[in-house]
Ligand binder design. Structure first.
Ligand SMILES: NC(=O)c1ccc[n+]([C@@H]2O[C@H](COP(=O)([O-])OP(=O)(O)OC[C@H]3O[C@@H](n4cnc5c(N)ncnc54)[C@H](O)[C@@H]3O)[C@@H](O)[C@H]2O)c1
Length: 353
């Protein structure tokens, strides 16, 4: 038995159908003695009945604000704007440590209430490797959308789907022309997802990772028809494709899918566009003749809510089963305190932790 009380909240964003804990993993937590309260949520991909059947307590939408003080609130994306004071420990992607808009306000809410953010992006092992991430399905979708567009089969607006439905249209059909594809960052989570999608599409891509880009062969890059960028850049490096390369007469490249989406950042390896594309309008033409089309969607895994939730929850489960003060959760908490200190947010208020 444990004293851990997890509280799975409803996601404030109405298009967010994913969840960090799926019913089968909820059952494992309950069997191990965790109290798991799950809020009702109209858009969550898994119905509340499945959580109830797994032994979870059911609570109304948004009731985490009055959850017992010791409960740990679990979600994926942003909290609603109220309450002004956050008294609980919260596990979610806060997007608050890289000076994002609203970051300081969010951290101040934690300081004011004495709660803490355990940011999922910073849940890492002792080598600094992320322990739970959505990369695989981001890469899968990034490549799938590129293939569908390249074959003239991409239908907009994009809507959440299942892998089964996606794979049906992704499979090669009679009359499809052959093309070449390149995945950069091919050894990472997104890169593996991209390779899997290409495989389903009947395309065997060229795979590059750190070793192949150290001395970048840009003409070879531009000689592919489709590029999927899935790198996780940590220091600025020379861009893979520059604006001038789009006008290179030798360019074969027609479709770029940028899974990384570091647009506007000094780490951006594809500084050939200035804003991401959206589900409503997923493709932007960067050059007319010969054409070059860009797909740069920054919430790809939400398009496969069931599969991406299941994968993510499977990685998070072992960490939740070991929830405690040290290890990865301790590192999360240290990071939170460190960022607050750097921003001059008073730490005396952190009563819980
Ligand atoms: N668009 C979306 O919806 C979405 C969703 C999830 C993740 N992402 C982004 O996708 C990117 C990849 O995430 P991940 O989870 O796959 O990361 P990862 O750490 O698992 O993999 C990144 C890979 O990039 C490689 N790499 C780093 N620098 C490189 C370089 N200069 N040349 C070639 N390869 C290089 C690494 O060696 C690694 O294999 C991240 O930027 C992440 O933020 C986007």
């Amino acid at each position: 038995m444990t004293d851990l009380h997890l509280w799975l909240r409803h996601e404030a964003r109405s298009t967010e159908r994913r969840t960090p804990i799926v019913p089968s993993d909820a059952r494992r937590l309950v069997e191990r003695g965790t109290t798991l309260t799950v809020e009702e949520s109209p858009q969550r991909i898994f119905p509340i009945e499945e959580y109830a059947a797994a032994g979870c307590r059911v609570a109304p939408t948004g009731s985490w604000v009055s959850a017992p003080k010791g409960a740990v609130i679990v979600g994926l994306k942003e909290l609603p704007d109220e309450p002004a004071e956050l008294t609980h420990r919260h596990i979610f992607f806060g997007h608050a440590y890289k000076q994002q808009p609203g970051a300081t306000d969010l951290l101040r809410r934690f300081a004011a209430g004495g709660g803490a953010l355990l940011d999922l992006e910073y849940l890492v092992d002792d080598q600094g490797r992320r322990l739970a991430a959505f990369g695989f399905w981001a890469g899968y979708l990034g490549a799938a959308l590129a293939v569908l567009h390249h074959r003239g089969r991409l239908v907009a607006p994009l809507t959440p789907t299942s892998q089964e439905e996606l794979d049906e249209v992704l499979q090669p059909a009679a009359g499809d022309e052959e093309f070449t594809a390149l995945v950069i960052g091919a050894l990472g989570r997104s890169g593996r997802g991209a390779r899997a999608a290409f495989h389903t599409a009947g395309v065997e891509p060229t795979c590059w990772d750190l070793a192949e880009t150290r001395d970048l062969d840009r003409p070879a890059l531009l000689a592919h028809d489709v590029l999927v960028n899935a790198v996780l850049a940590t220091t600025p490096i020379p861009p893979f494709v520059r604006e001038a390369d789009l006008d290179d007469p030798a360019r074969r490249l027609r479709t770029v899918s940028d899974v990384t989406c570091d647009v506007g950042s000094p780490l951006n390896v594809l500084p050939i566009y200035d804003r991401t594309t959206e589900w409503t309008d997923p493709v932007r033409r960067l050059r007319k003749e010969p054409p070059l089309d860009l797909i740069a969607i920054d919430n790809l895994p939400s398009l496969l809510p069931k599969e991406s939730s299941t994968g993510f929850s499977g990685s998070l489960l072992p960490q939740l089963l070991e929830f405690g003060v040290g290890g990865p959760w301790g590192r999360c908490l240290d990071r939170f305190h460190q960022v607050c200190r750097e921003l001059g947010i008073t730490e005396g208020e952190f009563r819980h932790v």
